[in-house]
Design a protein. Structure first.
Length: 90
């Protein structure tokens, strides 16, 4: 299992670096945990990137799990219904 820990903000200025980090983590070939404990903000571009990563992992028979979201991120994750995208929230 590979873990990617996010810190700070994922927005238009950082989404490309976030996408690259996700690609590298997914290339490891194992399940992926994205630790959100230090993520303070994520914009729609970052959410799209996470959704695409979850779809890719699911297509490959692997899982992407989000852990430790702050309360405001937990609410967004719930509103998006990401359980249907095989993204698990702990």
């Amino acid at each position: 299992m590979t873990t990617l820990r996010l810190r700070g903000e994922v927005d238009i200025a950082t989404v490309d670096a976030f996408d690259l980090a996700l690609e590298r983590a997914m290339d490891a070939g194992s399940d992926l945990v994205v630790d959100l404990s230090d993520l303070t903000f994520i914009d729609i571009g970052g959410l799209r990137t996470l959704a695409a990563a979850a779809d890719r992992m699911n297509d490959d028979g692997r899982s992407l799990r989000l852990t430790s979201p702050r309360p405001h991120l937990r609410r967004i994750i719930g509103l998006l219904g990401w359980e249907q995208l095989a993204v698990h929230v702990r």
